[in-house]
Design a protein around this ligand. Structure first.
Ligand code: SF4
Length: 440
């Protein structure tokens, strides 16, 4: 039998980087490469890095160092790849460096490090490509880059301006994934509600039908594929209102991941955030009237330069009044190259930490009370994990995304398997999770 070259892959960073990794392995697999779960069995190792904040850079450099020590033949790609000098200075022996979504560069470097071996018996690649997430859910990247210029962020410098994929290509990919067993599509990008702006909503043909590349038509067509559809990284532009009825009708999940980052107009201005934030709270309350089941996840930055105690209190009130179901919080960290580094009024580390803790405490209270209000309801959940030994099944509700949100715990495993949709009755809750029993 012909031997295949084996490649190791270390994938760091956000779901967008994970999608890049999936594209790389899909291409390599199609060319006959195999993959090694450890450094020692690999003929070369790809490290897909994150360079968003300084701590992520440090983690990426450490991962490159470990791969060099354990394997020696290392190819670096991803967001940190744009800082090639830093990588070369720290790890002079890396074989090649490329930036985010430069798949061809990575594949070229792999060909040089571990030339492909011709193998007429190579299995055909599965039609949906190869995935790093479990089979029952998939991230669907609809665009690259971002047209905004938030003052704390260097992503547009790294990933460039918004480039939307043609809608037909997104829909065909989603359809393939659903056919291959995906039960939940997680729509990702840097700015999901800006989808199509750069290509002037250009139409393309999906099964003979011309469809505009718009946020609403994308949501409608994805919702018709028969899987759960969850929207991430949605900015509250006015047209976001148009997808709320789709959520109320059950066509897409009643879930919005909106990185608000703050609630004080003054801080948001200093952050140079997109969209008019003045009426945000009113809009959320209106959304909840149309779709009472809507769950909102958000991330916030505390300790941004110039954030006063009253700005921070505005943020605390916002989390409570808007009923933010799931909140992630970061202490502001200067990122090399970001404009916000020049701002006056940098906040001392202890104060940032204190605000972080106060915000997380508030978020926990809100989450606890929102989850409690769901006790007694019968809902559909998606099974993520069945642990026969512990006699426990972990599932998720429509209100929870994988990895970042809570779970639904069911103390039963009989006849359950990953990817099943089942009906459960919620019997209890705590700060972040729900507890439920199966309905016959
Ligand atoms: S919207 Fe702002 S924070 Fe998000 S990627 Fe674009 S510039 Fe960065």
């Amino acid at each position: 039998m012909t031997k295949s070259q084996k490649i190791g892959l270390v994938s760091l960073g956000c779901p967008k980087a994970l999608v890049d990794s999936e594209r790389i392995i899909t291409t390599l697999r199609a060319q006959g490469y195999a993959f090694s779960p450890n450094y020692h069995g690999a003929d070369a190792v790809i490290v897909n890095t994150c360079g968003f904040i300084d701590s992520a850079k440090a983690e990426s450099l450490e991962a490159i160092g470990e791969a060099i020590k354990e394997n020696g033949k290392v190819i670096v790609t991803g967001c940190l790849g744009v800082e090639a000098d830093l990588i070369r200075k720290t790890h002079p022996s890396v074989l090649a460096i490329s930036g985010p979504h430069q798949y061809e560069e990575v594949v070229k470097a792999v060909h040089e490090a571990a030339p492909p071996i011709a193998n007429p018996y190579v299995d055909l690649m599965p039609e949906q490509g190869l995935k790093l997430t479990p089979r029952h859910y998939s991230y669907l990247k609809i665009s690259e880059g971002c047209n905004n210029r938030c003052s704390f962020c260097i992503i547009p410098d790294i990933r460039g301006d918004l480039v939307s994929r043609p809608i037909a290509s997104v829909l065909y990919e989603a359809e393939r994934l659903v056919k291959a067993g995906t039960k939940e599509l997680l729509v990702i990008s840097q700015d999901t509600s800006a989808y199509g702006v750069d290509i002037k909503y250009k139409k393309s043909k999906f099964h003979g039908q011309e469809i505009e590349a718009r946020f609403l038509s994308l949501s409608e067509h994805l919702g018709a594929l028969g899987a759960w559809v969850r929207l991430h990284y949605v900015y509250p532009y006015p047209h976001v209102d148009t997808v709320i009825p789709l959520m109320a009708e059950g066509k897409i999940l009643p879930y919005l991941d909106i990185p608000f980052q703050h609630a004080s107009t003054k801080v948001l201005k200093a952050m140079r955030r997109p969209a008019n934030q003045d009426k945000t709270l009113d809009r959320i309350l209106k959304w909840r009237k149309i779709c009472p089941d809507l769950a909102i996840r958000s991330t916030f930055i505390v300790g941004f330069p110039g954030e006063s105690e009253s700005d921070f209190e505005m943020l605390l009130n916002f989390v409570e009044e808007a009923g933010i179901d799931r909140a992630g919080c970061f202490e502001y960290e200067p990122v090399t190259g970001a404009q916000s580094n020049e701002l006056e009024g940098q906040i001392p580390a202890e104060l940032k930490k204190e605000r972080y803790e106060r915000l997380m405490e508030k978020a926990q209270q809100v989450s606890t009370s929102r989850l409690k209000s769901r006790i007694g309801r019968t809902i559909q959940v998606l099974v993520d994990e069945v642990d026969i030994e512990a006699k426990q099944t972990l599932a998720r509700s429509k209100w929870d995304a994988p990895d970042v949100d809570g779970v639904v715990v069911i103390n039963e495993t009989d006849n359950l398997k990953q990817g099943d949709f089942v009906q459960v009755k919620i019997t209890d809750s705590d700060e972040y999770d729900l507890y439920a029993e199966l309905i016959e």
